[in-house]
Design a protein. Structure first.
Length: 347
């Protein structure tokens, strides 16, 4: 089969690789139909690593995908060939202390698609997944919409982990696909006023269409001043969704005493810092968000409820052959790109 593999910094090539073979017990052989390009894929593409995880070339990235069941392994009863599925790229062991404690996402032996040293990614024609990582999707849901379920589940989990309550006033710093996923999810959970910041106007426009009450381009105006003017008592929760030190600093200023800072973004640097005095006086809770835990079905339900206008989120679609163009576009933040999808079949 064919796979598009990273072969060096900012280079990728379509290669012939062995077919995945037969699904083992409890596994599904899937045809990959649509793959979404994620910011984390771009980190590997442009730098060859995320933190301590380093790519050994050639390597297939991609983990946001939807597909069709081609074959089922022994003992699989809830799927049959032809079923359309959304996929959770996480493959936990279900046996360690974390898994047994309901924290499969921090499993001690977690394998995650497209993570170096764990599993090859989904940017290939076929892939084998544990059936426990696959979710049925409704007939009317497109594969592209289904491929949004994974990034949406991360935003949903961030909102859930923050224990957002009805009427909470929040800010989302960074309006990429994950920031938007937090926006959609927090709205569905009854958020009060929602303030969104970014440096790209087209992203702020999309955030407004998705329901943000105010947006601010941090290159043009001071987010802290603007938001403080509308929120004299400051904010209940701030979601850092861009991995930037300035955003973390703004969050500390914007939060009310007892507020929560949710750290969702993946920084390109190794250490965060925050103003100890202000964070301490306000007794802020700083909570990291690691991908998502058990929120795939909720994300699929949110998409099928019609709340999620996928046409706002999916700005570009590419063919499998043009995967590199998709990666370059997302890397360069060109042409108002938010989520780029790669469709495997020419149609
Ligand atoms: Zn992702
Ligand atoms: Zn485990």
């Amino acid at each position: 089969m064919k796979a598009v593999m990273l072969t060096g910094i900012n280079t990728m090539e379509m290669m012939e690789v062995p077919d995945p073979g037969k699904p083992a017990k409890g596994e599904l052989l899937l045809r990959v139909d649509v793959v979404g390009v994620c910011g984390s894929d771009i980190h590997y593409y442009t730098t060859g690593r995320i933190g301590t995880q380093v790519v050994e070339y050639p390597f297939t990235v991609g983990h946001e995908f939807a597909g069709t069941v081609l074959e089922t392994g022994e003992g699989v009863i809830n799927f049959k060939p032809g079923d359309r599925v959304a996929v959770d790229p996480a493959m936990p062991c279900y046996r360690c202390d974390q898994c047994k404690g309901g924290r499969e996402h921090t499993c001690r032996h977690l394998k995650f698609l497209g993570c170096p040293g764990q599993a090859e990614g989904s940017l290939s024609e076929m892939i084998i997944m544990p059936s426990g990582s696959c979710f049925h999707i409704p007939e009317e849901m497109s594969f592209s919409e289904a491929a949004l379920a994974e990034p949406l589940s991360i935003g949903y989990y961030a909102a859930k982990l923050s224990q957002i309550s009805k009427g909470d006033n929040i800010a989302i710093l960074g309006a990429g696909p994950i920031g938007d996923s937090v926006l959609i999810s927090s709205l569905s959970m009854g958020a009060g006023r929602i303030h969104v910041t970014d440096k790209i106007n087209s992203r702020l426009d999309i955030a407004t269409k998705l329901g943000a009450d105010s947006v601010c381009n941090v290159d043009i105006c001071s987010a802290v001043e603007e938001i403080k003017t509308c929120e004299p008592l400051l904010l209940d929760i701030v979601y850092e969704c861009c991995g930037k030190q300035e955003a973390l600093d703004q969050a500390v200023e914007l939060l009310r005493p007892g507020g929560k800072l949710m750290v969702v973004g993946i920084p390109q640097f190794d250490r965060w810092s925050f103003v100890a005095d202000m964070a301490r006086r306000k007794e802020l809770s700083i909570i990291h968000v690691r991908r998502q835990n058990d929120c795939m079905q909720a994300a699929i339900d949110l998409i099928s409820s019609g709340i999620v206008d996928s046409s706002l989120l999916i700005t570009h679609t590419f063919t499998f052959e043009n995967s590199k163009q998709a990666f370059d576009l997302v890397r360069d933040y060109r042409d108002g790109v938010l989520k780029a999808m790669i469709k495997m079949e020419k149609s």
